[in-house]
Design a binder for this molecule. Structure first.
Ligand code: B12
Length: 234
C-alpha cells in the first residue's frame, strides 16, 4: 500500500471523516514553510449537536455558566482533529519524511501563533480552499456544499511524496444571504462576500466575536445538512 493510502487508512481507522491532500507549493514560504504538500483532516459535527444549538441559541453561554464547556462536541472535535494531526506528523517522520502538525498546541509551542491578532501563518481554511472543499462564507468560515460549516479540521504540512492538487478557488455562493449577519449578537460580521485577497478585517471584526457558534450553526448550508436524511459519508 503506498504511503498516501496508508495515511488515509490510518486516519479513517482512527475516526477521521475525511482526509484531503492539497498542493501548497505556490504559497509564500511564510505560509508553507517550504513544504510542498498539506494533509487536511476533518471531523463532521453531528446533526443532533446542531439541532441542540438551533433550539438553544444561547447554548455556549449556558455551557460556560454551568462550567461544562468540556462536554461541547465542537471543543471535543477540535482536540480530536488536532490529535490526529500530531499523530500523522509522527507517522510520516517515522517513514523518513519531514512533517509539521498545525495543531493549536504545536503552532503555539513552535511560536507561530499571533496571540495579539488571533492569527496563524497558514489557516486550515486556506488549505481547505486549495483542496477544493468549498468557499469562505460571509462569516469567514469554510462552507461546504454537503455539510455547510459543520466541521472541525486540522492540517499537516509535509514533503512526503503525495499526489496533490491545487484546485481553482470556488467563488462564494453566499449571494444576498444575510443569516449569519443577523444571527450574530455582537455585529462582528460585516456583510461582505469573500473573494481571494480580501483581508479578514474586511469580513469580520474578530475582537467582537464571543465564539457562540451561531454563525456556524444557522448558516442555511449547515441547516440543510442538519435536516437532510442520513446517508453514508463517502
Ligand atoms: C484564530 C481563530 C479564531 C479567532 C479569530 C477568527 C478568524 N477568523 O481568524 C476567534 C477566536 C475569533 C475564532 C472564532 C471562531 N472560530 Co476559530 N479559529 C482560529 C484559528 C485557530 C486560526 C485562524 C487564523 O489563522 N485566522 C487568520 C486569518 C487571517 O485567516 P482567515 O480567517 O482564514 O482569513 C483569511 C485568509 O485565510 C484568506 N484566505 C482564506 N482562504 C484563502 C485561500 C487562498 C488561496 C488565499 C490566498 C487566501 C485565503 O481569506 C481570509 C480572509 O482574509 C483556526 C484554526 C487554524 N489554525 O486555522 C480556527 C477555526 C478557523 N475556527 C473555527 C471555528 C468553528 C470558530 C467558531 C465558530 C467557534 C465558536 N465557538 O463560535 C468561531 C467563529 C468566528 C468566525 N466567524 O470566524 C474552525 C472553522 C471551521 C470552518 N467550518 O471553517 C477552525 C478552522 C478551527 C477547527 N479546528 O476547525 N477563531
Amino acid at each position: 500500500m503506498n504511503l498516501q493510502k496508508e495515511i488515509e487508512a490510518e486516519l479513517k481507522s482512527r475516526g477521521a471523516d475525511f482526509v484531503y491532500f492539497a498542493d501548497i507549493s505556490a504559497l509564500p514560504v511564510q505560509q508553507n514553510k517550504n513544504f510542498p504538500a498539506a494533509i487536511l483532516i476533518a471531523k463532521i459535527l453531528s446533526k443532533e449537536y446542531l439541532a441542540e444549538i438551533t433550539s438553544h441559541p444561547n447554548y455556549v453561554q449556558e455551557k460556560i455558566k454551568t462550567k461544562i464547556v468540556q462536554t461541547d462536541e465542537f471543543e471535543h472535535s477540535e482536540k480530536f482533529t488536532d490529535a490526529l494531526a500530531d499523530f500523522t506528523a509522527g507517522f510520516i517522520a517515522k517513514k523518513g519524511f519531514a512533517a509539521y502538525s498545525q495543531s493549536e498546541n504545536n503552532i503555539a509551542n513552535s511560536g507561530f501563533y499571533d496571540f495579539e491578532n488571533k492569527r496563524t501563518p497558514l489557516p486550515h481554511k486556506t488549505i481547505a480552499l486549495l483542496a477544493g472543499l468549498g468557499w469562505i462564507g460571509k462569516h469567514n468560515l469554510l462552507v461546504t456544499r454537503e455539510f455547510g460549516s459543520a466541521l472541525s479540521m486540522c492540517t499537516v504540512l509535509t514533503d512526503a511524496p503525495l499526489k496533490t492538487a491545487a484546485y481553482r478557488l470556488t467563488k462564494s455562493k453566499c449571494g444576498n444571504c444575510r443569516v449569519c449577519i443577523d444571527v450574530c449578537t455582537c455585529a462582528a460580521i460585516l456583510g461582505k462576500n469573500w473573494e481571494p485577497g480580501l483581508q479578514r478585517e474586511e469580513i469580520i471584526n474578530v475582537t467582537r466575536c464571543t465564539t457562540c457558534l451561531r454563525c456556524l450553526v444557522f448558516c442555511p448550508w449547515t441547516q440543510k445538512y442538519m435536516v437532510r436524511k442520513s446517508e453514508n459519508i463517502t
